[in-house]
Every structure is written in structure tokens, then in C-alpha cells.
Design a protein around this ligand. Structure first.
Ligand code: NOJ
Ligand code: CA
Length: 714
């Protein structure tokens, strides 16, 4: 590790009196200038190669009931550091990550009798910047309440913007694509199928937000390392072309309760004239602290199948009985009349275990196994689930013994129905229950309005709740996949048992709503995925819902092959093969790709990308010589040519190409595909043809047999 503190002025390229100073990126192309206005208001400006990226923009915090940290500052002193080190994540898109940045820490003081100190730390990377507020220990500021954050991002252009409406309780929206000046977040009102919706208003959108200027600059505004503070939403000023931080209030209208010394989450701006640089940026991870879990042997990336999609498409139910209005404490579950459609039965689970064992799938998730699903959503009940009592037809011991005998792991499901207080009461008991039966991972869920009532998914109380659960789970050596939590901001570097989150509109919307448009996954990569893996649940082979219900006209807006490609373009170390085993059994040739694809990578190359249009990603597996390529396209059919120059020079390998059939189309012919194998090497030019809403998936492995040697050379 190389870390050295340079003498304070070594990196300061322009010293603007005592009112400001600048810092350069390591490649010297980006300049971030900190300055105080004449009123002593902190501001920053970002310039790259002489082009303004962020115009002078305000910084500061408003406090409740006491003088704010917004103006009247002088610079007491400042310090610069620089860092260039490489670290290894426990799992991820690559086995080593470089953190190269220059840092400027400004110490601001509001002079006077009740003088206060605010520090702002800026880090400038070659692909963007991050900054955060730090409130050091001091005599005149100890406990305080943040009533507003003034952080603003003033843009010098009116970019085309991918955005979802600001909502303190949900991110499960379709992305809109408009000019910044044309944003109207009221469109969120018509979205269906969202469990808890709290639109902030027409001017508010969520971070991360992805933009592109007419000059071709790609720019993302987001945050990193969100702890003990609300998530950052953004208020749009359509005239000024600016975005201002907006924080979810708590039940009494306050934003955050803090005690100095404290550091706040990083605010980030990632930018480049190459879209692929945004995907390859590791700023968010680099701004998170190193891993805090000493022994990580128990943290294992995995693939899973589950008793899940069959409920979403309406074949089976989570609930065991159709009686509603259940009382967790007094209902006698043994006397409940079964409805005959319960999915989580011992028998059904064993079928999934068999399929997993036969196909090298690591785990089986079972939803609806525990009592309470008769009356779980909508009534805002505090006591819905106890997370330990199975329905009469789900024999936990028999199932876990069976799974163990087959070498398959069981994945626990804890739907909290957003009753976080209830979950906290039961968490130790629930985790001990998991350990007793050998469940290594849990999928949590927060559907509905939060209890404590008045709190919100993105508010400080809930941010602390998710973290308490994550750390408690780490204490029990349990991995987490959280649904409906706040969107992640790179915490998995520090807490690598946070395997995945949903926190966006997942594939499940394709099972029961108007679904996700064909470009959805190309936008997710530039937005939600910047903070960490998503449990998107790819791998649906039966694309049309009429397969299950003849009257249904909706379907996935995707070809079958695109569902394969998503295993490469959307990284997650805990990933589902979401369709039913019987559907896979009909197409084991295509399922082979899901069997083969890996969940932990040594290297990732973003070969080409355009948000809303297409992404092509190549990844090399950890500890193996296998490569996988995923290519997806949105509304438009697409042809592309790749040179496999990343393959080891001089060695011939076998590439198996899963392609949309010639006449495939997400709408009219989504399930048609071809599979062909060829010999390839680092000089091979690979032509890919994708249907509208389609993709291509390719596995590349060393030659293993005489048969391989006889394959045609591409
Ligand atoms: C919403 C989750 O996203 C989904 O995956 C789950 O099946 C349901 N809630 C029930 O918990
Ligand atoms: Ca969800």
C-alpha cells in the first residue's frame, strides 16, 4: 500500500487567495475548485480539459434550531493527500481494483464566540469526483438535526436524462428519458404494481441519475457509503439546469439526527466521453471503507432457483389458506383449511432441490414457507410474520436434511412486510433458526409502508435498520439479498455479506404488471447497478404470460437469449435462475449457459455501451480460463462485430454462441434461438446479430476434446 501525505500546496494548482483552492485528478485532466462566496458560502466547480462539467455550486447543511453550516465560513486550513493503491474485493467484477485519487480536505470555520467547524473532503479521480461533509468534534456543535442539505449540482448544459421519479419509499419505476429541463416526475403517479409509493412531487427525481450532454459527455450523479443518513434524492431546477440534494424526512419531518464527530455519505459525479467508462468506474466502491469482516470464507457467490416465479405468474400461492385477517399470536394454523395452491410444500421443494442438484445450482429459495401470508400486505400490521414457524405442509427438518444429502443449500426468505420493528425483535431468533438448519443466506423483503409508522424506506431510521440487520447477519455468518431496501451505494466493499439488493424494478414486474420496456436493463447498468449488484432474477424462458393464463396478453419485453445475456451484463454474486425447472427441462441446451456462467470474476471488460440502447460485456472467471460475453439491445435490433483480442494470444478455444434466431423478435417470436460452437482465438472477429429486445450470450473455454478440435474455426 502506498499512501503519502504531500506537503499541503504540492497539488494546489491555483491558489485563489484564502477564498479557495483547486485540486487536480491524477491524470491532471480534471480540476476541482473549492471556493467561498463573498458571504462565506462554500462552493465547488468541476472542469475537465478546460470544459466546465459542474458550474459553481453550493455546499452546506441547514440545521434545526441552531445556526446552520451554510455560510459565514473562512478557510482555517487545508490539507492534500494522494493515494494510489490496489485492493481485492471478496467477490466482484474483478479481482483487483485500483484506487487512484488526489484529495483536498478543507477546514472551514464560522468565526465568533460560538465558532463552528465544517470540513469538506474532495477526492478527484480520473473518471470523476466525490466529496463529503465531516463534522469534527467541537465545543459548540455536538448533537444536531439536519433539516436540509444544500449540496447542488449546477450543469452547464441541458442533458438528455434517464430518471425515475423521486419517491422516498420505492425505486420500482420504469426509467424516463427526457431533457433535464423537461422532467416532470408526476408521471410516476400512473405506475402500477408498486407496494408503497410516496412521490415527492413533480420536481423530484432519484439518484443515481444518468445524463448525456449534446456534446457527448456521459455524467452520473450519485452517492457512496450511505450510513446513518437519508438517501439522496434530487430536486430539479428546470430553468437553472441544476439538481439539489433532497433527503427523506422522518415521521416528524426531520432529516437526520447526528452527533459530532461524524462523516456524511459521499456525493459523487462520474463522467466521461465514453459510456463504457461510466460502467467501469470504481469510484463508488473506492469511496467505501475496506472490508470489515475478518473471516470471509463463509461468503460464497451462488446461483439459485426458487419456489418463486410460479407464485408471481399466478400458478401457486404464498399463502397456505384462503382465510384472511389472521392474528399471528392466536391463529391455530394446524386447523386452517389448505387452499390447495400453496407453493412451499415439502414435496415441491424437494423437486427444486433435485433440479438444483442435477444441474450444479448451489441453492434453493423458498418463499411462502412461514405462517402469515394470508394477511401480510395492505393492513399495515405490526405482527405479520415470526420468521420461524413453517406452515403445516413445509417440513423444515426433512427439507434441510434432503438438501444436505444432495449438496444443495437452502435460501431463507424473510418478508418483513416493511414491519422493521417486528423484524428487529425477531432477527436473532430468526438467524439462529437459520443457523440451526444450515441456511447460509436470506432474501429479505420490505413490501409496504414502514413500521415504525411514518418512517420511510429511504429515511435515516431505515438506513440504520438495514445496516443493523446486515451487521447482525454478518455476526451469524449469513449472506443477505435485500428486496425493497434503499438502493446500495457500494457498501458491499465493507460488508461483503450484502450480496445483492433489488431496489429497482426487477424482472418480476414482467410477471404481473405492464412490465419493463426492452431498454430497461441497459439503463439499470448506468444507474442502479453503480451502487452494487441487483437481484434482477433473470433467466425467464417462457416469455409470454398466455402460457400460464390464456387471457393474458402481456409478456416479457425480451427474447429468451437476452435473458441469458443478462447473467453477464448485470453482475450479481447471488443470482437466480428464475424460471420453473419444468420450463428449463424443455430447453436444457439453452439452460446450459446458465449452468456454465460464473458468479465471481477476475476481470471485466465493457466492450461497448450506450444507455438505453445496448451493452456488451466480457468477463473472465476467477480461477479459470473461461470467458463469458453478454450483449443486450433495447428496442432496436442490432449487429455488432467484436474482436476477441482479450483471449490469451496463441491459444485456440471453444466459443459457444447462444443467439437470437434470424426471425426472433421480443414481441412476435421471443423464444427462438440458435446455439453453435466454433474454435476461436484472440484474432477472431465475432459477428453478433441481436433481435429487437434481444441479445447474445457466449461462453468461451479451453479446448477439451478431440471433438472440440474438429469444430469449425470462426
Ligand atoms: C417483493 C419481492 O421483490 C419479491 O421478489 C417477493 O417474491 C415478494 N415481494 C414477496 O415477498
Ligand atoms: Ca420488489
Amino acid at each position: 500500500m502506498k499512501r503519502h501525505i504531500l506537503i499541503a500546496f504540492a497539488l494546489i494548482v491555483s491558489l485563489l487567495g484564502v477564498k479557495g483552492q483547486s485540486i487536480l485528478s491524477p491524470d491532471k485532466k480534471i480540476t476541482l475548485t473549492f471556493a467561498l462566496s463573498t458571504d462565506g458560502e462554500p462552493t465547488y466547480t468541476v472542469v475537465k480539459n478546460g470544459e466546465v462539467i459542474i458550474e459553481e455550486s453550493r455546499l452546506g447543511l441547514l440545521l434545526k434550531g441552531q445556526p446552520s453550516l451554510d455560510k459565514g465560513f473562512v478557510i482555517a486550513n487545508s490539507e492534500t493527500n494522494s493515494k494510489d493503491e490496489t485492493w481485492s474485493p471478496v467477490w466482484g467484477e474483478e479481482s483487483s481494483i485500483r484506487d487512484q485519487h488526489n484529495e483536498l480536505k478543507v477546514n472551514l470555520v464560522q468565526p465568533g464566540e460560538r465558532s463552528r467547524i465544517l470540513q469538506i473532503t474532495f477526492r478527484v479521480f480520473n473518471d470523476g469526483i466525490g466529496f463529503r461533509y465531516e463534522i469534527p468534534e467541537q465545543a459548540n456543535l455536538r448533537s444536531f438535526i439536519v433539516s436540509d442539505e444544500l449540496t447542488t449540482f449546477n450543469l452547464p448544459f441541458d442533458p438528455m436524462t434517464f430518471w425515475i421519479p423521486g419517491d422516498f419509499n420505492s425505486n420500482e419505476y420504469v426509467y424516463n428519458h427526457t431533457r433535464l429541463s423537461a422532467i416532470d416526475a408526476n408521471v410516476g403517479k400512473v405506475e402500477n404494481g408498486i407496494g408503497a409509493k410516496t412521490l415527492i412531487g413533480g420536481d423530484y427525481i432519484q439518484s443515481p441519475v444518468m445524463m448525456k450532454s449534446d456534446a457527448g459527455l456521459y455524467l452520473s450523479i450519485f452517492e457512496a457509503a450511505l450510513y446513518n443518513y437519508p438517501a439522496m434524492h434530487l430536486m430539479v431546477d428546470r430553468k437553472q439546469l441544476s439538481l439539489k440534494a433532497t433527503l427523506a424526512p422522518d415521521a416528524v419531518g426531520n432529516k437526520a439526527y447526528l452527533i459530532a464527530p461524524i462523516t456524511l455519505p459521499w456525493r459523487t459525479v462520474i463522467f466521461s466521453d465514453k459510456a463504457t467508462d461510466i460502467l467501469a468506474s470504481r469510484i463508488i466502491l473506492n469511496l467505501n471503507e475496506p472490508n470489515k469482516i475478518a473471516n470471509t470464507e463463509w461468503i460464497k457467490p451462488m446461483k439459485m432457483i426458487g419456489i418463486w416465479w410460479e407464485m408471481h405468474v399466478g400458478l401457486k400461492s404464498w399463502n397456505y389458506s384462503n382465510v384472511n385477517q389472521i392474528n399471528l399470536k392466536s391463529t391455530d394454523w394446524t386447523k386452517m383449511p389448505p387452499n390447495g395452491t400453496h407453493g412451499a410444500t415439502t414435496e415441491n421443494t424437494k423437486k427444486y432441490i433435485d433440479f438444483a442438484a442435477e444441474n450444479g445450482i448451489d441453492g434453493v429459495l423458498v418463499e411462502g414457507w412461514n405462517i402469515g401470508w394470508e394477511d401480510w400486505a395492505g393492513n399495515w400490521k405490526e405482527d405479520v410474520f415470526d420468521f420461524i414457524t413453517p406452515y403445516p405442509d413445509f417440513n423444515v427438518k426433512e427439507i434441510t436434511d434432503y438438501a444436505r444429502s444432495k449438496g444443495v443449500k437452502m435460501i431463507m426468505h424473510h418478508e418483513t412486510s416493511a414491519s422493521a420493528t417486528n423484524y428487529e425483535r425477531y432477527a436473532d431468533t430468526a438467524f439462529r433458526f437459520m443457523k440451526h438448519f444450515g441456511y447460509p443466506a436470506v432474501k429479505t423483503g420490505y413490501v409496504g409502508y414502514i413500521i415504525p409508522r411514518g418512517e420511510q424506506h429511504d429515511g435515516q431510521w431505515m438506513i440504520n435498520h438495514y445496516q443493523r440487520i446486515l451487521e447482525k447477519a454478518a455476526g451469524y455468518k449469513i449472506m443477505i439479498d435485500a428486496h425493497e431496501p434503499v438502493r446500495p451505494t457500494g457498501q458491499y466493499r465493507t460488508w461483503p455479506n450484502l450480496m445483492a439488493c433489488e431496489a429497482a424494478r426487477g424482472n418480476e414486474f414482467n410477471a404481473w404488471s405492464t412490465g419493463n420496456p426492452p431498454n430497461h436493463e441497459t439503463v439499470l447498468a448506468f444507474t442502479r447497478l453503480l451502487g452494487g449488484p441487483m437481484d434482477y432474477t433473470p433467466g425467464i424462458f417462457k416469455i409470454k404470460r398466455s402460457y400460464y393464463q390464456p387471457s393474458q396478453t402481456e409478456q416479457l419485453h425480451s427474447t429468451l437469449v437476452k435473458q441469458l445475456a443478462l447473467y453477464v451484463t448485470m453482475y450479481s454474486p447471488m443470482v437466480m435462475a428464475a424460471d420453473l425447472p419444468e420450463n428449463y427441462r424443455q430447453r436444457m441446451d439453452a439452460f446450459q449457459f446458465i449452468k456454465d456462467v460464473k458468479t465471481d470474476w477476475e476481470k471485466t471488460l465493457y466492450l461497448e455501451a450506450e444507455p438505453g440502447e445496448y451493452i456488451t460485456t466480457a468477463r473472465k472467471a476467477k480461477n479459470s480460463n473461461e470467458w463469458f460475453i453478454g450483449a443486450i439491445t433495447g428496442e432496436n435490433a442490432r449487429e455488432t462485430k467484436l474482436t476477441l483480442s482479450f483471449l490469451p494470444a496463441g491459444s485456440t478455444m471453444v466459443a459457444t454462441i447462444y443467439a437470437d434466431a434470424k426471425d426472433a423478435d421480443w414481441k412476435t417470436n421471443p423464444e427462438a434461438y440458435t446455439i453453435q460452437s466454433y474454435r476461436v482465438d484472440s484474432k477472431t472477429q465475432l459477428k453478433l446479430k441481436m433481435a429487437a429486445g434481444g441479445g447474445a450470450a457466449i461462453s468461451i473455454r479451453p479446448i477439451e476434446s478431440e471433438k472440440d478440435k474438429k469444430l469449425k474455426k470462426l
